[in-house]
Design a protein. Structure first.
Length: 256
């Protein structure tokens, strides 16, 4: 657990970042509104309001990308937490990633295709443009996350690239292949790799180091423990718990 001074320092860094992220869009909106009003009056402001809102939110993404220029890069691996330099860099990235939530604008981004694409890209994710998610999707450690073309992710779901256990921070890439469908409440743990067109039923979750082959269906409320490999076009029934280090072959059927 970080010391009290370090926790306070992380909070202060977050407040500085948040002040910056409020200032950048506010400055854009103020200057743009003033120019439109001087040129076209209140009618211009009314007509341009959707573009002002969009431009303000896009400038938010620009601010995040700017902040990340000064944050040390993350890398895959296991690191002492919180003292290792990579662990401290992760804390900085984590604070940056929380800015959309802390400022209350995350639903605007996750609920629209363009803004979601720009936000995740500004955070370092490798995400396709044609992706559909709910407005409450959580993506942590975006620089470790890859989301393929045509992915559908339901409400209250999360995609994570880290876990902390026994004083160690582990960062792992997490990949969602093209055409995957994740229903409500799905949680993908760090190091999870989904092949193309994998589907998950509601409230299912994976732990770390999970590999699932293309075309596999995972049912409702399934728990997949660490270091599990599931082959292609397998069928995992509802309410199944798959224990650690299991290896399930292609086209296998695991009944409820």
């Amino acid at each position: 657990m970080p010391s009290i001074p370090l926790l306070i320092l992380f909070d202060l860094v977050g407040w500085v970042f948040m002040a910056f992220e409020i200032a950048v869009p506010a400055t854009f909106a103020t200057l743009a509104s003033r120019w439109i009003y001087d040129s076209f009056g209140w009618g211009g402001i009314a007509l341009a309001s959707p573009f002002l809102l969009g431009g303000t939110l896009i400038s938010f993404c620009g601010g995040i990308a700017f902040l990340r220029l000064f944050a040390p890069k993350l890398r895959e691996g296991e690191f002492s937490f919180p003292n290792h330099p990579v662990a401290r860099a992760w804390a900085v990235h984590f604070q940056i990633a929380r800015l959309a939530q802390m400022t209350g604008v995350r639903p605007f981004f996750m609920g629209t295709t363009l803004l979601r694409f720009l936000l995740l890209r500004s955070l370092g994710a490798k995400n396709a443009f044609r992706v559909s998610t709910s407005s409450d999707l959580y993506v942590y450690d975006a620089s470790m996350i890859e989301i393929g073309e045509g992915v559908l992710i339901g409400g209250s779901s999360g995609v994570v690239g880290h876990y902390i256990d026994s004083g160690k921070l582990t960062l792992l890439p997490t990949k969602i292949g093209a055409g995957c469908q994740l229903m409500t409440g799905v949680l993908l743990g760090p190091g999870t790799e989904l092949g193309e067109k994998v589907s998950f039923g509601s409230f299912s979750r994976t732990a770390a180091y999970v590999r699932i082959g293309a075309g596999t269906h995972v049912g409702l409320q399934v728990t997949i423990e660490p270091q599990v490999t599931i082959g292609k076009r397998a069928l995992i029934g509802n309410h199944v718990i798959i224990g650690p280090k299991c290896d399930i072959g292609d086209r296998a059927v695991v009944e409820s």
